[in-house]
Design a binder for this molecule. Structure first.
Ligand code: HEC
Length: 207
């Protein structure tokens, strides 16, 4: 009986010892793998805050231009705002910051999501269906992008009533025609108010 206890304790300590060593090895691998990619929590917080501000600016500038164009010449006229002004605003903001700033979507008109964006957008869909508000639908990470350590940020964009003219379920024929001329592979329709239309995506190189 006593021998049994001994064997039990002995193997228990052995397991513990092995686990301890594995943990140390894992920690070393983790730290060296992260290396330069690691930034402090404070820096993550700051970069997240700055990204949110830039995304907000992008959204506000675009919406102002969109609404003005709709008022002036109707939705057909506004298509050119989205077609020309959206990439232009994105480029201006990218030049100002040195970051890659763009929009994307699981059902894109112009810009396909990459693997990271796709998985975040899918996660946002799940969170929205569980009742999360749009304020909560953002994410950030430090990852390798084009072989460079990069801080990535993504924030969901809500479909509002004004968006339905060009992204909704019943799109008027002249608008449909114009959109399919400009975007033959368009799948950015069929949205309802409150759906996730897409996301602002920001890539900040860290090296
Ligand atoms: C007048 C038509 C029109 C309206 C209204 C409109 N969009 Fe778009 N949207 C477009 C076009 C055209 C593009 C493609 C832009 C490009 O080439 O970069 C686009 C692209 C996008 C994209 C980029 C992702 C993708 O599908 O390629 C998002 C996100 C987006 N729109 C969101 C919105 C939201 C949100 C609203 C409402 C606030 C809205 N749009 C209203 C025409 C419109």
């Amino acid at each position: 009986m006593q021998k049994h206890y001994y064997v039990f304790f002995n193997s228990f300590f052995k397991v513990k010892e092995v686990m301890k060593h594995s943990l140390v090895v894992l920690l070393i691998i983790f730290v060296s793998a992260c290396g330069k990619n690691t930034i402090s929590y404070q820096e993550i917080g700051e970069r997240t805050h700055q990204s949110k501000e830039v995304a907000k600016k992008f959204g506000m500038q675009l919406k102002a231009k969109l609404q003005a164009a709709m008022k002036e010449g109707g939705p057909i006229n506004a298509i050119s705002v989205c077609n020309e002004q959206a990439p232009l605003i994105a480029k201006q903001l990218s030049d100002e910051t040195g970051w890659d700033i763009h929009r994307t979507s699981l059902k894109p008109r112009a810009t396909q999501p990459d693997v990271w964006e796709k998985s975040m957008l899918e996660d946002f869909e799940k969170k929205l269906s569980k009742g999360d508000s749009f304020d909560m639908l953002f994410a950030q990470d430090v990852v390798k992008h084009n072989d460079k350590a990069s801080f990535r940020f993504i924030k969901a964009i809500e479909t509002e009533k004004v968006c339905l003219v060009c992204h909704g379920e019943n799109i008027a024929d002249p608008i449909k025609t114009k959109i399919s001329e400009l975007y033959p592979n368009d799948v950015a329709t069929g949205f309802k108010e409150g759906d996730i239309r897409g996301a602002f995506s920001i890539i900040q190189p860290l090296e």
